[in-house]
Design a binder for this molecule. Structure first.
Ligand SMILES: Cc1ncc(COP(=O)(O)O)c(C=O)c1O
Length: 440
């Protein structure tokens, strides 16, 4: 018999073990899972997730920053239910109310003249669409991405991604990886601000030495998510945009993780740097967990895509209805402001932990996107790789789910839903404190 309180799954005493065994048997080994014994999840509500034994977890990773308004938010659920009873699929061959209403809403929230959207189903597709558009619009082929970036799992996205473990099958030509604005591990061994943001200035030489001197675009995350919440200095994007545009390129802001108020106060991460991009991509939180990718640009740039294109599922009515409801909650509940307020509280808490625990080398991020880089030795900055695994186990034992990232897999990623409250932030910091203490 199926049990709705158990993830709509067949209810048996050893359901979690059965799911793990089934996963091992029927899914690809390459599918990454957290924890020594992976954690099958049965249901979610608000900031909480529940396993098959009914244990409750405070979710401070949100399915990789993908549920900004919390699990199964009633407004989003109702919108999905209503739409499911009305119309589920048409393809982009037939316009629908939900796709146009959502595109109009996005246009009202994006900066500058970014008002024309193409919908797909994932961040990978959104980024891939943006790169194809930049090539079409400029007539140039060279693409600049950042070292430590992540862009998804198509062949192009894997090649844009700059982490060896995620690049087992690359290679599309014409992609140049620029130095990352990663101050804690500065690639030029300089100190901010006396460095003069030399990593950004280096783009000029990168373009002049590794491309024909003209580029299609630069794609960059305002805060590098999978890279371990690497947060560029404030001036980075102004310098980068000027250099890229002077060489005919477009600036693509990958807002897949940083969008929808995540970074606090502002709707988009790139706005924190006072720059308006030419193209923005979004996914993850856009529909609170329903699959959706968004590529938005100006009418002039969109018009440069000549020829035909379609997406069978892109902008399907269900995902659009979910997204419209998600945005409604983000706006009505002032969640960008809450991300700022609770983000400060979280940051203060994490900085206090840094004073206490030698394993914490760096705390960085914005709003409700805070990273803790763990090091075995603060002087050498040797990544604390086994220690982060232990920390994950300890936090799980205490009922807190967190993420990890970074080139060495040594950065804790803390990113709860945007409507998190002060008590839950304090609780998460307390659990992290106890867990760091437990691993010494
Ligand atoms: C910044 C960024 N861009 C693109 C992607 C790819 O998104 P998806 O997994 O939906 O294809 C991700 C996924 O983590 C991401 O973090």
């Amino acid at each position: 018999m199926t049990d709705p309180n158990n993830g709509g799954s067949i209810a048996t005493a050893n359901r979690a073990a059965e799911i793990n065994a089934g996963h091992d048997r029927y899914l690809w080994d390459a599918v990454m899972r957290y924890y020594e014994t992976p954690l099958p999840l049965a249901r979610g509500r608000g900031q909480h997730l529940y396993d098959y034994d009914g244990n409750e977890y405070l979710d401070f990773f949100g399915g990789i920053l993908t549920v900004p308004v919390g699990h199964c938010h009633p407004t989003v659920t109702q919108a999905i239910q209503q739409q499911a009873e009305t119309l589920v699929h048409t393809s982009t061959l037939y316009p629908t109310g939900p796709i146009v209403e959502l595109a109009e809403k996005i246009a009202s929230l994006t900066p500058g003249d970014l008002s024309k959207t193409f919908f797909t189903n994932s961040g990978t597709e959104a980024d891939e669409t943006a790169i194809m558009l930049a090539k079409a619009a400029t007539g140039n082929q060279a693409v600049i991405a950042l070292r430590h970036a992540y862009a998804g799992r198509s062949m192009l996205a894997v090649t844009l991604t700059a982490h060896a473990p995620w690049r087992s099958v690359d290679y599309i030509s014409g992609i140049k990886h620029a130095l990352a604005p990663y101050c804690y591990r500065c690639p030029l061994k300089l100190e901010y601000p006396s460095c003069g943001v030399a990593c950004a200035e280096d783009l000029e030489e990168l373009i002049k030495t590794t491309t024909p001197g003209r580029v299609a675009c630069m794609i960059a995350e305002p805060i590098m998510g999978v890279g371990g919440f690497v947060t560029p200095p404030t001036e980075y994007f102004q310098i980068a945009a000027e250099i890229v545009r002077r060489h005919e390129g477009l600036l693509i802001a990958d807002e897949v993780q940083t969008g929808w108020g995540r970074t606090g106060t502002k709707m988009w991460g790139i706005e924190q740097y006072g720059v308006t991009p030419d193209v923005m991509t979004m996914a993850k939180g856009v529909a609170n967990g329903m699959p959706m990718g968004v590529t938005v640009t100006t009418p002039d740039i969109a018009a440069k895509w000549e020829g035909l294109t379609l997406s069978t599922f892109g902008g399907n009515p269900l995902a659009c209805a979910a997204s419209r409801a998600t945005i409604q909650v983000i706006e009505e509940d002032n969640l960008a402001e809450n991300a700022e307020t609770q983000g400060r509280r979280l940051r203060d808490g994490l900085e206090k932990l840094q004073e206490k625990h030698a394993l914490i080398g760096d705390v960085r991020g914005m709003g409700l996107m805070q990273g803790i880089e763990m090091v075995a030795d603060r002087r050498t900055k040797e990544p604390a790789v086994s220690e982060i695994m232990q920390l994950m186990e300890e936090t799980k034992k205490r009922g807190l789910l967190i993420g990890k990232g970074g080139l060495y897999g040594n950065v804790v990623r803390v990113a709860p839903c945007l409507n998190i409250g002060a008590d839950d932030v304090d609780r998460a910091v307390e659990i992290l404190d106890d867990s760091f203490a437990a691993i010494g």
